[in-house]
Ligand binder design. Structure first.
Ligand code: GLV
Ligand code: MN
Ligand code: MN
Length: 424
């Protein structure tokens, strides 16, 4: 990893930022990137960000919850804050998170290069553990800051090696006893704008490289623990088995069917863990993790109630038990309408570098909902927040196939610069 001097947000500047971190956290087994919170790849990215920000003349500090702030000019309350995260899902893409961080550095470099003088404080904020890939709860940095998670519960979360969050942050030099609601940090945020790669097909058919966010689906995570009878794969007759793997398999199909029954529902089992996990062993327990989402909180709760009934029946049909425990919950988010409209106004009729529409063209700026969770969504209950999306031509995210063209990324930087100029 190398760090280039700030370039004032040319194509070269943006490309350099993404290129500098392209080799960090590559996952040879899964493909893509595995940059998990407080582990070497993510720590290397945090160091990269600090060095990059300092070279650009920004003042860096780390808050009580491990979130990194880089101030342009004097620190202060009611600041215009932009940023995203540097961690990834297992085998994730290059853009989810880092694009918002690199674009924030570049947008500020553009403002610096033109001699723009902000009339209020301005900072880049890099949130810790957005994906929840290591400790299970997404958006930990913003949840802790806003008091949306009890700090004792957070400290006790463990990763797959049994290392607690408290140990992980302590090893990285953060005082674990200080984790928790941070009113002083929140007071510094007058408004938060997160630029992010679009994660579905939202912009593919629209003639705009960027959009402004309207809302986020309600979503949550649940752990499903299936219990049966561990036994011998050869010695146990089929009719004598209580196999939790079969109960889980039946349940996974039921979960898909429950969500497929109505438009707008989403339910996913993306992880499964069999104990003891031997080829010639009938499992004694099987754990799976459910991610369920819908437009409203009530629809999400109804979906999970339906899933609970279906899964309970599926387990019983195999002579197994199942315990369902909620791990996290994020209510639906409607982004601040006045701020959203202000972004749309600031982006309409602006001039970007590539002439492909959106900020470069005369077409209206699309306003899109998203099914993905974000720190901007967690902050939305406390401060006005907004998001800018950059077109993803693959329509795929949380995968190495996630993509954004350089031209569209540059449109995103121009859009973010325009928004910051308007808010500052
Ligand atoms: C994070 O990207 C999520 O939507 O879970
Ligand atoms: Mn993500
Ligand atoms: Mn993200």
């Amino acid at each position: 990893m190398t760090v280039s001097p700030p370039t004032g947000a040319t194509a070269h500047g943006l490309l350099a930022g993404l290129d500098e971190i392209r080799g960090v956290g590559r996952d040879a087994r899964r493909g893509g990137y595995s940059r998990h919170a407080w582990q070497p790849a993510e720590l290397e990215l945090r160091d990269w960000f600090v060095e990059r920000a300092v070279r650009q003349g920004l003042d860096v500090d780390v808050d009580r919850n491990g979130n990194i702030w880089a101030w342009w000019g004097a620190r202060g309350d009611n600041a215009v804050v932009t940023g995203s995260h540097l961690d990834s899902v297992p085998g994730g893409g290059a853009y989810d998170g880092p694009l918002g961080v690199v674009s924030a550095l570049d947008a500020i470099a553009r403002l610096q290069a033109t001699g723009f003088v902000p009339t209020r404080p301005c900072a880049i904020l890099v949130f810790a553990e957005e994906e929840g890939s290591r400790f299970g709860i997404a958006c930990l940095g913003s949840r802790l800051m806003t008091g949306a998670i009890d700090p004792d519960r957070a400290r006790a979360l463990t990763d797959s090696d049994g290392i607690s969050l408290a140990e992980a942050v302590s090893n990285a030099g953060i005082d674990a006893s200080s984790l928790g609601e941070d009113a002083a940090a929140l007071a510094r945020i007058g408004v938060f704008v997160e630029l992010h790669v679009e994660q579905g097909r939202g912009l593919i058919d629209l003639a705009s490289p960027v959009a402004v966010a309207s809302s986020i689906l309600a979503h949550g995570r649940w752990k499903l623990l299936f219990t049966g009878e561990g036994n011998h794969a050869g010695a146990t007759r089929m009719q004598d088995r209580r196999d939790p793997m079969v109960a889980a398999a039946r349940s996974i199909v039921e979960i898909r069917d429950a969500a497929a029954a109505s438009e707008g529902l989403r339910a996913t089992i993306g992880r499964i863990d069999a104990v003891p996990g031997g080829t010639n062993v009938i499992s004694s327990t099987v754990s799976t993790w459910l991610d369920a989402r819908a437009v409203t909180d009530a629809e999400t709760s109804a979906l999970v109630a339906d899933i609970t009934a279906r899964v309970t029946d599926a387990a019983a049909a195999e002579g197994c038990g199942v315990v369902i425990a909620q791990e996290s919950w994020s209510g639906s988010v409607s982004f601040d309408p006045a701020l959203r409209d202000r972004l749309v106004g600031a982006l309409s009729g602006t001039s970007g570098p590539s002439g492909t529409g959106g900020p470069s063209g005369t077409l209206p700026i699309p306003v899109l909902p998203t099914g993905a969770g974000h720190d901007a969504g967690v902050l939305a209950s406390r401060v006005p927040t907004a998001m800018v999306f950059v077109r993803n031509p693959t329509g795929v995210s949380h995968s190495p196939q996630e993509f954004a063209s350089l031209d569209d990324c540059l449109e995103g930087v121009v859009a973010l610069e325009r928004v910051l100029r308007d808010l500052l």
